[in-house]
Design a protein around this ligand. Structure first.
Ligand SMILES: Cc1ncc(COP(=O)(O)O)c(C=O)c1O
Length: 385
């Protein structure tokens, strides 16, 4: 194995942490409990995140803990014994919501859909017509393991017209795609720091609508660690954190958000859109089969594709990493052993990053006996950026 001084991380989260954000991790530390400026910074990060996800009318918190904490808390506080929850299942995380619903005593209705397409809106409508007792709908905006992207705006419209709460996992779309929390009728939105925000893993983001607060009160889950009501009471009413916050992680997230707003949201989202189109074109030029049926069903933050017949995805990843110093992703759940992924999250959504990733992929495939046309792939990539 060669030893590279730079690790080239092209996995769909955690991602490379750009220098600017990494530098924030070594900023002068403080006592987050006692430093009034830390509270100011925390509130300014909340304000930036609200702008990023269009949640100006909502409440938004950042908690220490990776994104699973936010998903768990969202379900724990909206589902109680017997709650009927419609789980939109067109991917690994989509399906996974059913386990959380059961864990908190709810009765999931799994809307099993085509895993290679965005959620079928007619099927969603029909399910809500049939199951009038549904109180909560769960959706994954971008299902990272399969790179399937769902139309949150349209799902939000439909769910709102029937009345249930809409809980959305936006862990790998936050910072990569437009989200309008207030306008699209989302009730709880969960984000994470280590995907398109290019910060270290360890922070979860929770946006909460007025209707969701009413539901949280009604569910009245007894928990200290996953209790948004406690954050409202302690942080918003008394200006104290329920527990010691990680100052360095917040510095990193703040730096990430500053970079995003300096670039401008249109440019950031446009860059991710270009990355999704260009990556698909590069895959097709290499004769590889993208997992999503169509580019419109593909996340702007990740591309997934099938390993060529007879070639093991873990071998491709091993060779790309050991010989070429580039880390690409496999998948898991039902997709483990067949799907490979390249992230285009935040800084990864650039021509230069993707050119390196596709070069390593082509070289690894060739080393394993499957020759592809790298020149055509790079040409396809370049012409769409
Ligand atoms: C769509 C989605 N949701 C949730 C998670 C969980 O995030 P974490 O690993 O930070 O708990 C991931 C992580 O890959 C994800 O891709």
């Amino acid at each position: 194995m060669r030893s590279y001084t730079d690790k080239f991380i092209m996995t769909p989260g955690p991602t490379e942490i750009p220098h600017r954000i990494r530098s924030a991790l070594i900023r002068e530390t403080t006592n987050p409990d006692l430093d009034p400026q830390f509270l100011e910074l925390y509130n300014s990060v909340r304000a930036k995140l609200k702008r990023l996800v269009g949640a100006e009318k909502a409440d938004l918190y950042v908690w220490v803990g990776e994104a699973m904490l936010g998903l768990d808390a969202a379900v724990a506080n909206t589902v109680k014994e017997g709650t009927r929850a419609l789980v939109v299942d067109n991917g690994v995380y989509g399906e996974g919501f059913a386990d959380l619903v059961k864990l908190y005593g709810g009765r999931p209705i799994t809307l099993g859909l085509d895993w290679r397409r965005s959620a079928d809106l007619h099927a969603l409508e029909r399910a809500l017509e049939v199951h009038k007792d549904v109180e909560v709908v769960t959706l994954v905006h971008c299902d990272t393991p399969s790179a399937i992207f769902n139309d949150l705006r349209e799902v939000g419209k439909i769910v709102r017209s029937f009345g249930p709460l809409l809980v959305v996992d936006a862990v790998s779309s936050i910072g990569a795609a437009e989200i309008k929390f207030d306008d699209w009728g989302v009730d709880v939105l969960i984000g994470g720091s280590q995907k398109a925000l290019n910060a270290p893993a360890g922070l979860t983001i929770l946006a909460i609508s007025e209707r969701a607060w009413d539901r949280f009160k009604a569910v009245s889950r007894s928990s200290f660690y996953e209790n948004p009501l406690l954050w409202k009471e302690m942080l918003d009413e008394r200006g104290v954190f329920p527990y010691t916050f990680s100052d360095v992680l917040l510095y990193a997230l703040d730096e990430s958000l500053r970079a995003i707003f300096e670039e401008g949201l249109d440019s950031v989202f446009g860059r991710h859109e270009a990355a999704r189109r260009a990556s698909r074109a590069a895959l097709e030029a290499m004769g590889l089969e993208p997992y999503p049926a169509d580019v419109s069903c593909t996340c702007p933050s990740v591309s997934a594709f099938l390993a060529p017949r007879g070639i093991s995805p873990s071998e491709v990843r091993r060779v790309a990493w050991e010989r070429y110093g580039v880390m690409i992703g496999g998948s898991w759940g039902k997709l483990e052993g067949s799907v490979l992924r390249i992230g285009h999250m935040g800084v990864q959504a650039s021509y230069a990053h993707l050119a390196v990733a596709f070069t390593a992929l082509a070289k690894a495939l060739a080393d394993l006996g499957h020759k592809v046309d790298l020149g055509a792939a790079l040409e396809a990539l370049a012409s769409r950026f």
